[in-house]
Design a protein around this ligand. Structure first.
Ligand code: PEP
Ligand code: MN
Length: 283
């Protein structure tokens, strides 16, 4: 065992997350996350009820394991609260639309909540896997509340998160008793030297964190190529690279008309690129 991590274990800071005899993960449709590779896909945001229901039916046809779409949508820039009339997501109305998606497709829903107060009957009905967004990676009130639920959690890495902080955030959820957990790696801070050529690139895809985490934990790792690259042309190759590096699955933004996406338009891929990724992952 690595000396730094051993010390954290000795100091009683890490325990459950680094127990290599333990199985983590959860059921997603007919698969067990961590045992079989999975693909979660959908638009960045719930844009309207019709849009998300119709698009999810298309995603179902290509065989995704779950639909992703944000009803609560925090922006990267703190005071960018409105984009063309769109105000950080459709919120409760978006959650109701996700209930319809479940009813019409039977697919599980992965969606973000931002605050422990958003754990209520509607969010529990609408969301099968609760996504913790990068900005809430160290929202301890939220992590503690999720630890008490009997519901799968997809914990996204903070853009700044170190390996031990990722395990620590997991530990915080696990301590509460909830081991239906997967880590989601996404891009991290840093300015790629070609950002002036591809301005929508905001993050660096840290693929090495996949094998690095796997040295210490059995918690499944889902890779997010969309919020790693910020640029649609790079989503397919980085998806393949993440799977080659040992990821247990992907969460990918895919939209019926990618450049017209209400949020994260530059990184959304279309159905053909999604099919290419699915073919690579599922063979
Ligand atoms: C998202 O998944 O749409 C999202 C907002 O991601 P992140 O929290 O990683 O920015
Ligand atoms: Mn997004």
């Amino acid at each position: 065992m690595n000396e730094y991590i051993s010390q954290l274990i000795k100091d009683d800071k890490l325990k459950i997350s680094v127990d290599k005899s333990k199985t983590f993960g959860f059921e997603l449709g007919d698969k067990w996350v961590g045992e079989e590779k999975i693909i979660i896909s959908g638009p960045c945001s719930v844009e309207s009820k019709d849009m998300i229901v119709e698009w999810s039916l298309e995603l179902d046809k290509v065989g995704v394991d779950a639909v992703r779409a944000g009803a609560y949508k925090p922006c990267t820039y703190p005071i960018r609260k409105e984009v063309n009339g769109w105000k950080e997501g459709m919120r409760e109305e978006g959650l109701s639309a996700l209930v319809d998606v479940q009813a019409q497709t039977g697919l599980p829903i992965v969606s973000e909540i931002m605050d422990a107060n958003q754990i209520n009957d509607l969010s529990m009905d609408a969301i099968d896997v609760i996504q913790v967004g990068t900005r809430n990676f160290q929202n301890y009130t939220l992590l503690d509340a999720l630890g008490k639920l009997d519901k799968p959690v997809l914990l996204k890495r903070g853009t700044w998160g170190t390996l031990d902080e990722i395990l620590g955030a997991c530990e915080r959820i696990l301590e509460g008793g909830n081991d239906k957990l997967a880590i989601c790696l996404r891009g991290v801070v840093g300015a790629p030297s070609y950002r002036h050529i591809f301005p929508s690139i905001r993050w660096v895809p840290d693929l090495m964190m996949i094998p690095a985490l796997k040295k210490f934990t059995n918690i499944p790792i889902i890779y997010d190529p969309s919020h790693s690259t910020g640029y649609r042309d790079f989503v397919v190759p980085i998806s393949k690279a993440a799977m080659a590096a040992g990821a247990d699955g992907l969460i990918v933004e895919c939209h019926p008309n990618p450049p017209k996406s209400i949020s994260d338009a530059d990184q959304a891929i279309g159905i053909e690129e999604l099919k290419e990724i699915m073919e690579y992952v599922n063979g």
